[in-house]
Write a protein that binds this ligand. Structure first.
Ligand SMILES: [Zn+2]
Length: 435
């Protein structure tokens, strides 16, 4: 070790001493950090430590998870409340028309002989006079939930079940069978129906069938241009222009005869939002919601700032409202042998297994007035039957005295299409082969 290195060591020692002193001064001047030392206490893991373990095992275990089961309804069809003193005017096929081998059991014959409400229609009546008897509905079985819109299970993409129903599952959520879309009602006395009627007690919640903008929400009796669409028959009306369209055309839904309107014009609503309450405002003798689907250009002026598609732009709502779990829809064409659509023909749907009548309807009436009802762009049908439990059915039409039967298989959540024409010996075979 030489002299120079000894001198350097002294300098280093002095520097270290000064640094140590400085650190003590600095550390004493600053506040001491509040330091808490956490000592983790970890329990021994046991089987019972996690209460979710069992649930997870049961819920997600491949072996223990049962598949969801959908019970297909097998009960009789119950029409929307027939009072015992009312008369069914659109009768299903008479037993003698069905042949001796298969006596027709019709669940329509509920108790005493039904009678229809007296037709009191005038040319201006747009809607059916439902008698107050229809408000009281019989005990209903619980409805299954609706499938989830938008739904299109048709392999060719023809289905467009994009809307909810305007009332809840356990309300009367299907149209009165004797006044379907395109029908002129019992005894041909009413105006051709541009929508469907769901009889419900006053105050039942009416809901938006889809999301969109409320373009009309007023009392039809007190509009600035007189009355709603030149008739006060609609009463309190809500019209929604949906924020989706069909093939480039805007889509609307309409809800009429409300006792109360719960939305404002210009308001945005989501599907299922309460927009009004069922009532009997306008031209009606009983509370129900009249529901329409309109599609096309807004060519009918309601007020200085509101236009909507008019009467001539309606379509059958059954082809737009999503079916309930376990049910499907039958749509078809009843034609003559030259493929001309036949009007006002009774159509009966009968369960192939039980022989019970599931439903009846009539084919559309096209009056050539320019404001007719319309066939669906995809199906070109002239009748539709909804809420058909999945299964096999006979579809029976009386065409000029000839009984024509086709057999169809109804699948959940989709439309089964059937062509019914007379004089075709292969018709039934073709229907059997159809998907
Ligand atoms: Zn109606």
């Amino acid at each position: 070790m030489n002299r120079q290195s000894t001198g350097m060591s002294a300098v280093v020692l002095v520097l270290l001493a000064l640094g140590g002193f400085g650190f003590l001064v600095w550390s004493n001047a600053r506040p001491a950090p509040a330091l808490t030392v956490l000592v983790p206490t970890q329990a021994e893991p046991t089987i019972d430590a996690n209460p979710w373990a069992d649930i997870l095992r049961e819920g997600f275990g491949e072996d223990s998870t049962p598949l969801p089961t959908v019970a297909i309804p097998t009960g009789e069809f119950r029409p929307a409340t027939l009072a015992v003193n009312s008369q069914l005017a659109i009768s299903p096929l008479a037993p003698d028309e069905l042949g001796d081998d298969q006596a027709l059991q019709t669940p329509f014959a509920l108790g005493a002989t039904p009678t229809p409400p007296p037709p009191t229609a005038t040319p201006l009546v747009t809607d059916l006079p439902v008698t107050a008897q229809f408000v009281t509905r019989p005990p209903q079985s619980w409805q299954p939930p609706p499938l989830i819109p938008p739904l299109s299970r048709d392999p060719l993409g023809r289905d467009h079940y994009w809307l909810m129903r305007p009332v809840d599952s356990n309300a009367t959520n299907f149209g009165l069978f004797y006044y379907p879309y395109g029908s002129d009602g019992p005894e041909d006395a009413w105006r051709v129906h541009a929508g469907i009627d769901m009889p419900n007690p006053i105050g039942e919640t009416v809901r938006a069938a889809g999301s969109g903008l409320v373009v009309w929400a007023r009392d039809g009796l007190q509009t600035e241009s007189g009355v709603f669409q030149d008739t006060f028959s609609y009463g309190n009306v809500v019209v929604i222009q949906h924020d989706f369209g069909f093939r480039g055309r805007p889509l609307y839904t309409l809800y009429a005869h409300l006792s109360r309107v719960l939305v404002l014009q210009g308001q945005y609503v989501n599907a299922g939002d309460a927009i009004g309450l069922v009532g009997n405002s306008g031209r009606t003798t009983g509370s129900h919601v009249h529901f329409e689907v309109r599609m096309g250009e807004a060519n009918t002026v309601l007020s200085s700032d509101v236009s909507i598609p008019g009467y001539g732009a309606t379509y059958n709502p059954i082809l737009w409202m999503v079916p309930y779990v376990g049910t499907g829809v039958i749509a078809g064409r009843v034609t003559d042998i030259d493929d001309n659509l036949l009007m006002d023909v009774d159509v009966t749907v009968r369960d192939w297994v039980t022989n019970l009548v599931s439903d009846t309807t009539t084919t559309y009436i096209f009056q050539g007035t320019g404001v007719d009802v319309n066939a669906d762009p995809n199906w070109q049908e002239n009748f539709v039957v909804g809420d058909v439990p999945a299964g096999r059915y006979q579809v029976i039409a009386n065409i000029g005295g000839e009984r024509v039967t086709e057999i169809v298989n109804v699948l959940e959540g989709t439309t089964t299409f059937v062509e019914i024409a007379p004089g075709n010996p292969n018709a039934q075979i073709a229907a059997e082969a159809a998907p």
